[in-house]
Ligand binder design. Sequence first.
Ligand SMILES: [Zn+2]
Ligand SMILES: [Zn+2]
Length: 403
Amino acid sequence: MPGASDALAAEVAQRQQQLIETRRYFHQRPELSFAEHETAAEIARRLRALGLDPLEGVGGTGVTAMLRGKAEGRQPARTLLVRADIDALPVEEEADALVRPWRSQNPGVMHACGHDGHIAIALTLAELLMARREYLHGAVQFVFQPAEERIGGALAMLTDGVTAHPKVDASLGLHLWTPVPVGQVSVAPGAVFSSADEVWLRVRGRGSHGAMPHLGVDPVVVAAEIITALQTLVAREVSPFHPAVVTFGSIHGGNAFNVIADSVELRGTLRAYDPDDRELLRARIGEVAHGVAQGMRAEVEYEVRGGCPACVNDPAMAEIVRRAAIATVGADNVPDGDQRQAASDDMAYFLEAAPGCYFFIGASDPKRDIDAPHHSARFDIAEEALAIGLETLARATLEYLKP
Ligand SMILES: [Zn+2]
Ligand SMILES: [Zn+2]
């Protein structure tokens, strides 16, 4: 629909300043995961002002709103979930208030991942679509999700039925992304974010005098063997064409230099892009650790704590977004090839619940010193990215729900 698209581009351009103001409003008022009370209330207030009827307190501090189209179509009407995460991080923002008067007003809390921009884009999309309901065959379920940073908000909302009542047929979400320069959109089928699992191990030995190791079982030595053995899992048991990571970031045991400890605790993170690799590694970490410990007279307790699956895009939905991105920024600015990012996001649960696409809106501009990594105290976005995100998301939504 070239005519409607051109009108859309103009409408988005008109809303550029509004997007920036909305982003800055939420940037000044960041709240931590599952504590997004003022954020949620403001989102609901703005949705109501648009004529929608939002539900608050969904999945804790989440907000949803159903926008129903008015077009008649030959196919049965479908429902598209559009997700925006709304939480901030426990980071003290490093920004000069003279340069950035919109810096965080909440000490020790900062929108250091761009979720303030996600809120602005989703709210403005709702406004834009309210004026275009006659072009929508079906409905958009807006999902303002709490607690992405702690991983937990998406599952809590799913438990509250956001994809079930009514049944959601597809899902879309975007992330403003500083590893990609502003002006570009990164979209790809298949896995784009890895899974993330915390793995926890306790190696139990038997304490002893440091000079009499034969009277005890040294869990420090066993833990060292286990960590080394686990490094072979990715190297020897996962396909060389499949990236995966096993990292132990924490190891604690013993208090004195000359005493053999009773136990050692290991905590690590497991990342994989393929769900089968994830399952294999989750199981094999425990098996290998048990085997090594048994061979050395020690025992192991093993748990996988608080995991999140990989974000896996549906090819058809990724193609809709790719075309929307090309219409927005041009084919030269929608790179081909591997678009996987080394991070995780609980958008994965919405993508599991309904075929969907999670995509990345380039948001860095090194010329203006806007290139800090996500979660950094100096994080910022090139705000032109907001309009690119809105236009791409709007085009994809209109395409999916066209009569
Ligand atoms: Zn983040
Ligand atoms: Zn994020």
